[in-house]
Ligand binder design. Sequence first.
Ligand SMILES: Nc1ncnc2c1ncn2[C@@H]1O[C@H](COP(=O)(O)OP(=O)(O)OP(=O)(O)O)[C@@H](O)[C@H]1O
Length: 320
Amino acid sequence: MTDPAIAANGLRKSYGDKTVLDGVDLAVPEGTIFSLLGPNGAGKTTAVKVLSTLISPDPASGRIRVGGHDLTTAPQAVRAAIGVTGQFSAVDGLITGEENMLLMADLHHLSRLEGRQVTAELLERFDLTEAAKKPASTYSGGMKRRLDIAMTLVGNPRIIFLDEPTTGLDPRSRHTMWQIIRELVSDGVTVFLTTQYLEEADELADRIAVLNDGKIAAQGTAEELKRLIPGGHVRLRFTDPAAYQSAASALREVTCDDESLTLQLPSDGSQRELRSILDRLDSNGIEADELTVHTPDLDDVFFALTGGTAIPTQPKEAAR
Ligand SMILES: Nc1ncnc2c1ncn2[C@@H]1O[C@H](COP(=O)(O)OP(=O)(O)OP(=O)(O)O)[C@@H](O)[C@H]1O
């Protein structure tokens, strides 16, 4: 098995006596999107800054490897493997988009010809060719973010940290950014994304970690996280009142709605639970007209995990 692109054990970071990250464990497989979610001030940006070598972890931290290199002993090698964009944008507003790109190419020691080629390709890919000769200060928020990512890609990084890449963007620009992120991953790049938009994590991330109080409160796929909290249920709708009545007495823990002939019963939506419901209906010769599964959405998960509501212990498969 290959090394994860990012692997942190017991990552700690304090500012004075304020502990921001209190033993964070993360493993991000290569070529996947990992999203770190958390309320304002949870420490997301701090995690990005540590993992991208902008600040040092506390000495009490465990082993942290990024791109196969040790963060503490080989920070230069880590820097060569990664790109960072986000709240600390590298875009210089006084010069044009093209000049920003060429400057980046210079920093990466590309020849003039290579620099021009890469710049033209990336400006085209990010739909900035038309604006290339205008000062970056005249760009819209979405254009600036696209330029920022294009500049990061000049160095051909295998791992990209995106710190809140769509904050403040309108829905169209946000969707464009999502498309860009998906394309990066389809090229094999690993993306570490922080976001305050749960929908964004749900849409993009292979795995999500929820940061709360300096610790990872839970991590897993969006589906695994949704199964962690109560609120999921199965709804059965009938057109035949007799079938509805039989189902109401055959099933346990049902809530009945006699008017709409609908039954609702709590369920985590797992295959095992659905099978047991269907088996019970079958063995009583009952057929529902409609069966729908309702799982809590990520908003419910986020509030439950970061609002102090008790949640059940995380099952093994979600903790892996
Ligand atoms: N240089 C610093 N010195 C002291 N405290 C800091 C410093 N940088 C961040 N903090 C504190 O660390 C905590 C975490 O901040 P961080 O920016 O990592 O949170 P965040 O999850 O990214 O929040 P947001 O969603 O608001 O961007 C905050 O309480 C912040 O005040």
